[in-house]
Design a protein around this ligand. Structure first.
Ligand code: SF4
Ligand code: SF4
Length: 183
């Protein structure tokens, strides 16, 4: 897997493992918990999010959508997901920031560059990088490669998982852990 869908790379995290960490939130989870801390992470695909509280019903987004994927229902916007091609035109035209995209494709190099930028914090605090989500292990091929590259650069890796993933992914995770002690 050369690319992964990630919905956030958060800096200066102090609750996702030892020290100061950079947390990479992978998009997509096999569960659908009502109490999910990051509901925007549940779908595996990129998606458009809509914040009703910020919306004034100005209708600018309607005019920008060439695919009739949004309509006004009273004061609020309703989205027809099947028609949406994720062109993001509606986001650019919403001056109230009521619309945003969740999820972006990253290459290994792009994520690694982001992680590397925080190296001084890891070194000063005993921190590192945490792979979270969503469910990070659902993108196990990418996670494995990224973990190896971090390890080669001396960056500590933690994985935050619900464990509800195929056995193959859990095995790969165990192999990574063993590998990290052997190298
Ligand atoms: S992302 Fe593009 S297709 Fe989807 S609702 Fe916005 S303007 Fe329409
Ligand atoms: S452009 Fe933004 S504020 Fe205006 S109707 Fe669309 S979502 Fe609401």
């Amino acid at each position: 897997m050369e690319k992964a869908t990630i919905f956030n790379i958060q800096k200066f995290c102090v609750h996702d493992g030892p020290g100061i960490r950079t947390t990479v939130f992978f998009k997509g989870c096999p569960l659908n918990c009502l109490w999910c801390h990051n509901p925007e992470s549940q779908h595996f695909q990129r998606e458009i999010l809509y914040n009703q509280e910020k919306c004034t019903g100005c209708g600018q987004c309607l005019q920008s959508c060439l695919y009739q994927a949004i309509r006004l229902d009273g004061k609020y916007i309703v989205q027809e997901k099947k028609k949406c091609v994720l062109c993001e035109a509606c986001i650019e035209h919403c001056i109230n920031n009521a619309r945003e995209v969740s999820g972006k494709e990253y290459s290994l190099k792009e994520v690694l560059n982001e992680i590397e930028r925080d190296r001084p914090f890891y070194e000063q605090s005993g921190g590192g990088v945490t792979f979270s989500g969503g469910e990070a292990l659902c993108q196990i091929d990418f996670v494995t490669e990224l973990a190896k590259l971090c390890k080669k650069r001396g960056i500590s890796v933690a994985i935050d998982t619900c464990g509800y993933v195929p056995l193959r992914a859990l095995r790969r995770c165990c192999h990574m852990w063993i590998y990290s002690y052997m190298t």
